[in-house]
Design a protein around this ligand. Structure first.
Ligand SMILES: C[S@@+](CC[C@H](N)C(=O)[O-])C[C@H]1O[C@@H](n2cnc3c(N)ncnc32)[C@H](O)[C@@H]1O
Length: 258
């Protein structure tokens, strides 16, 4: 989706726009951030007002899912590759005057580094688009809980099974991390999250232990799809698994030889 050099350019653009967790948190303040946690953008939009500085434009583009003027992004070194990869697309008239992001890039907290999570856009009050079938979830409270449940320590080899947006890998301390997912789009977006955050991990596509057959790990971290909607419904929350009920978890434990 993005070559490593393009990801490096995007990181430099994000830093130049002061689009990091501490800087964005300071700009928006607690009330707007808490409202965003409830998928409501009104307070954040009020804080930004009509400001057109690079940080305000980055917040609108990557966090609030609002269109921004293409002219305001002209100095972004990553602009050509973002357009080519379809991560930014033109909207409205005249053609290409406004750009909107097709993914969310959320500044993320980590003790050790500036980090960003790349995922499909969180449903917000600014957006009514239907989620795509290969939707990649951003970091949820369940994801954060799991990062905190991992026993502290430095590991040699770790498997992050079902990496999604890559959040577990961002928090792991290990000599080698293999991050896998059934969904190729998740692998592509996790690659952006990890590249932006300067985390070295190997990404592989495939179901359960298929991509790591015969390999041994000191730790396996997984936050599997856990909300199963009735199969008769079309709007399933976790559509990406071929298992029903708790089948995936059962298989992960029994095949994991743990
Ligand atoms: C709840 S999300 C967790 C994502 C991320 N690890 C986190 O903590 O937020 C579950 C992830 O498991 C992936 N998944 C579903 N079935 C899988 C399977 N059979 N093998 C590998 N990954 C799978 C999904 O594509 C999705 O990215």
């Amino acid at each position: 989706m993005l070559a490593p050099a393009d990801v490096a350019r995007l990181r430099a653009d994000l830093l130049a726009a002061e689009y990091t967790l501490s800087q964005v948190s300071e700009r928006l303040g607690d009330v707007a951030l808490e409202a965003l946690g409830r998928n409501t953008t009104a307070a954040a939009r009020r804080v930004l007002g009509t400001a057109s500085d690079p940080q305000a434009e980055a917040i609108r583009l990557w966090l609030l899912q609002l269109p921004v003027r293409r002219a305001s992004l002209q100095h972004w070194q990553s602009l050509p590759s973002l357009l080519e990869a379809g991560l930014l697309v033109p909207v409205g008239e005249p053609e290409a005057a406004l750009l909107v992001a097709t993914v969310e890039l959320k500044p993320h907290g980590s003790d050790r580094r500036e980090a960003w999570i790349c995922s499909d856009p969180t449903p917000l009050d600014t957006v009514t688009a239907e989620p795509r079938p290969d939707f990649v979830l951003g970091a949820s409270p369940a994801s954060t809980t799991l990062t905190q449940l991992v026993p502290p320590g430095h590991y040699r080899r770790v498997l992050d099974l079902g990496t999604g947006c890559g959040i577990q890998t961002l928090h792991l301390e290990a000599d080698q991390v293999i991050a896998t997912d059934l969904n190729p789009r998740a692998v592509a977006l996790a690659e952006i999250s990890l590249g932006l955050s300067g985390v070295d991990a190997e990404l592989r596509t495939g179901s359960l232990y298929e991509p790591v057959a015969g390999e041994r790990f000191d730790l396996i971290v997984t936050n599997p799809p856990y909300v199963i909607s009735p199969p008769s419904q079309e709007r399933l929350i976790y559509r990406e698994t071929e298992f029903t009920g708790d089948g995936l978890m059962r298989q992960a434990v029994s095949d994991g030889d743990v």
